[in-house]
Design a protein. Sequence first.
Length: 253
Amino acid sequence: MGETMRIQRALARAGVASRRHSEEMIAAGRVLVNGRPAQIGQSVDPDKDDIRVDGAAVATAPATVWVVLNKPQGVMTTRSDPQHRRTVFDLVPQAPGLTYVGRLDYMTEGVLLLTTDGKAAHALTHPSSGVEREYMAIVRGDAETAVKLARAGVKLPDGPVRAARVSSRSLGGGVHEFVITIAEGRKREVRRLCSALDLEVERLIRTRYGPVALGNLASGRSRTLTAAERHELDRLMERTDGNQERGTGGAAN
């Protein structure tokens, strides 16, 4: 069974035009679906529906691969490593063009998305995307005060960090679970934030990236995304495409 998506996304995935330009072509009546004028936002299945632009058939784009990996500690988020350390690509099924969506550093664990859709990978890491990332850090230090400071905002050398949500709970023995949600992905941002809050990080896990949560996925294991996760990612990418075309944001992660 083919993948159902909005017509403007189908055109963008096939390389016809950006989603914004696709919407303009649809509004101008240049796009037909099964012989009828397309409507902005209508659902199509590119594998089944006859989609034409100015009378020319739109070629079906290759099926996109999406994978979520529970990245373990001591694994590189890179295609290859000069020191021959394990990489995330050693842990997932191989697919041509597979790339990761944002990095996790060597000792950070948790949710890492990988996809063959390079445009989507860029969109989801672009500063204008506003995609939330949730992290759980096992820390030592004054976590209660750190929560208050993080809620107020913390200045780092490359700009302030404003947490969407932050909380902590004691695990006993001076150890705390520090959970923070941010909507950006600067290099080592959470570790640098914890350092600024005088928290010593013993373990750092990304538990959610956008709509994709870690759940009970075992360390080092991967899975395909659910239909609901794909749908929510599509919605995020449509919003981000619009922001980018309006010139919002700067460099990606």
